[in-house]
Write a protein that binds this ligand. Structure first.
Ligand code: TXA
Ligand code: MG
Length: 317
């Protein structure tokens, strides 16, 4: 769509999903809630439709997309389930885990989806709206987070409209995303080895311990070669960000946690799951506040707090 076209918003009910499926079938773009963040969906089997995702986001064409599926059968038609992939999928799907696996030659996907890589990122989401939409449209859906490239990820329909109004045909408003952080990304190689490409709501180290009886060794951060979305500067609120702040300095909007209150609190009770769910809402609020700077209270680096700190480091870079 062109910049001046209006974006429709509708509820995530049966009528909204039917309308969204119709738009997707004709090659359009739909923003849709998932349990992690809102996705910007297009049919994954169409070069033209996938090209619209990159254009709407201003996303570099070297940064591949996640393909969302509603059944294991659909997943197996796209990728080779090497190593423990079948068991991992059985344990974590539907849910907030994306698997990067060797891509099948006859997967029938637009080549832009995996940006020339021999692998494909796939996820079976748990959110009923996203699942219903994949089923109603009848093909896998390519969907990055529904924000302009490098901006803060959206956990509500309002966040989507803040950067994509006029760039997406329809927004399905399904309320606030429950997890609030993008999926964990785990690559499983031909030789069965694992690599965590992005920390997220699913604890990959626990899964690794279960299958291999030892924790996953962290890999050295690569400079965006394999997962370009992991580049240092990402999730930018557009203002300088100071981490581990105990109080606000002058000109700072303070995002609190636990006993540190702030103008927006990630979790007054110090709950890390709640902090993950509220992170982007607080960052959006801080971005819009009058203060020119943002300060953020320290977050314990354990459990999903690791994924929160990963996003905070990128917001501050
Ligand atoms: O929770 C999520 O994962 C959300 C919802 C909508 O599903 N999606 C999301 O997509 O966060 P996006 O595009 O913002 O992040 C996808 C990440 C990027 O860092 C990209 O580089 C990486 O996945 N990626 C995609 N395909 C890959 C591949 N074949 N190999 C390695 N990394 C890949
Ligand atoms: Mg993103």
């Amino acid at each position: 769509m062109s910049d001046k076209d209006a974006t429709e918003t509708t509820g995530a009910d049966a009528a909204g999903i039917a309308r969204a499926a119709e738009i997707l079938r004709s090659g359009g773009l739909v923003a849709v809630p998932t349990e992690t963040v809102y996705g910007l969906a297009a049919r994954a089997d169409s070069e033209e439709a996938v090209a619209k995702i990159y254009a709407a986001k201003g996303r570099p064409s070297i940064n591949p997309l996640i393909v969302h599926i509603a059944s294991l059968e659909q997943a197996r038609s796209l990728a080779e389930f090497v190593g423990h992939a079948e068991e991992v999928a059985a344990a974590a799907w539907p849910g907030a885990l994306t698997l990067v696996l060797p891509r099948k030659a006859d997967a029938g996907l637009a080549s832009a989806v995996s940006a020339g890589l021999p692998t494909i990122a796939i996820r079976m989401p748990a959110h009923p709206t996203m699942r219903a939409l994949i089923e109603a449209s009848g093909f896998p859906l390519a969907a990055p987070s529904a924000n302009r490239s490098n901006a803060i990820s959206p956990t509500s329909a309002e966040h989507v409209l803040a950067t994509l109004e006029g760039r997406v045909d329809l927004v399905l408003d399904g309320g606030t995303a429950e997890k609030g952080l993008e999926s964990t990304i785990l690559a499983i190689r031909h030789d069965g080895s694992w690599e965590e490409l992005r920390p997220g709501p699913v604890d990959v180290s626990l899964l690794h311990q279960h299958f291999f009886d030892r924790p996953l060794r962290p890999t050295k951060a690569k400079n965006g070669i394999e997962a370009p979305g992991q580049m240092q500067r990402h999730y930018s609120p557009g203002k300088p960000v100071r981490l581990n702040a105990r109080e606000a300095a002058s000109g700072e909007f303070l995002i609190g946690f636990g006993a540190i209150a702030g103008q927006c609190s990630l979790s007054e009770s110090g709950d890390l799951g709640e902090a993950a769910a509220r992170l982007y809402a607080c960052l959006h609020q801080a971005a819009e506040a009058e203060q020119p700077n943002i300060a953020i209270a320290p977050i314990p680096d354990e459990g999903v707090g690791k994924a929160v700190n990963d996003r905070l480091r990128r917001a501050a870079a």
